[in-house]
Design a protein around this ligand. Structure first.
Ligand code: MN
Length: 285
């Protein structure tokens, strides 16, 4: 099942992406008098019961919508990001493999939807993309064991961990500032429930203006999604709706030789594709 959020006026509402179009969950549930969650936060709160309600709505659905897409998650307390989490990416950065997950964060101003335009400030020049698998937490997780950790994930989506490298390595290293400009955490195009995916065996790629830049598999992660959740939840409680960007594979512009750097510019388009989820498109202005 591919869940999306739509803008219904100022409010996000839930949709289901199908080959026939996007089902308007609120209208379809009203038409048939069936219960359903109204937005992603409500769906996450209902867990499997909500997914069962949505699966029932898909049968014989008639209410489709072309409303603009919202970020797949809008109510989030934490946007957590793991740095240097693919072996081949650590290699291209000439850095040793970390012994424990390396954490930084973004804020909710950075969320953007599939298809959104993101503004590149003229103050900086070295804008970079990072294709990432994003895990969405489904229930409070405090000091969970690695073997139980994936049961705390509600679903997965694609993310693009955008950075401005000339700010990231300035002023004594500014990971947060350089990565949380408005719109610098696009997510989407949909959320796939956790039970439908193996997060450690997914093809992951990115293209810039159609040219392949990253092409890997989540199996190259140094720390698995389960290990990341176990480690983070040992230090603080993860809450429903929290997002974890799980790191990027090799092929980011930062890793290219100095004479081949081609940073993102206004007018460029980046597509992040993850197997079984879909393609997240971001265009820059
Ligand atoms: Mn990243």
């Amino acid at each position: 099942m591919k869940l999306v959020q739509l803008w219904n006026g100022c409010f996000p509402s839930l949709g289901i992406q199908t080959p026939q179009g996007v089902i308007d969950v609120e209208k379809e549930s009203a038409r048939r008098g069936l219960p359903s969650p109204t937005d992603m936060a409500a769906a996450i709160a209902l867990g499997q019961a909500g997914l069962d309600q949505l699966a029932a709505l898909m049968e014989g659905a008639e209410c489709f919508t072309n409303a603009p897409l919202a970020p797949v998650v809008t109510q989030t307390g934490k946007i957590l990001c793991i740095g240097l989490n693919y072996r081949q990416h650590a290699k291209e950065c000439n850095l040793p493999l970390p012994e424990k997950p390396v954490l930084f964060n973004k804020f909710s101003n950075a969320l953007a939807a599939h298809g959104d335009y993101v503004t590149l400030l003229p103050d900086y020049l070295e804008y970079d993309y990072e294709a990432e698998l994003v895990a969405v937490i489904g229930k409070p997780a405090r000091d969970v064991k690695e073997e139980d950790a994936l049961s705390y994930v509600y679903g997965y989506t694609c993310g693009n961990d955008l950075s401005t490298r000339d700010l990231q390595f300035a002023r004594g290293n500014q990971w947060v500032l350089s990565k949380t400009l408005d719109g610098f955490a696009p997510i989407g195009p949909c959320l796939v429930p956790a039970g439908e995916l193996d997060p450690q065996n997914l093809a992951i790629s990115s293209t810039v203006n159609g040219e392949v830049r990253q092409n890997s598999n989540t199996g190259d992660m140094i720390f698995t999604v389960a290990q990341i959740i176990a480690d983070l939840s040992h230090h603080f409680t993860l809450q429903p709706g929290d997002l974890i960007f799980t790191g990027t594979p090799q092929g980011v512009m930062h890793g290219y030789p100095a004479d081949q750097k081609n940073w993102l510019r206004p007018g460029d388009r980046v597509d992040v594709t993850i197997q079984h989820i879909g393609t997240l498109t971001t265009t820059f202005r």
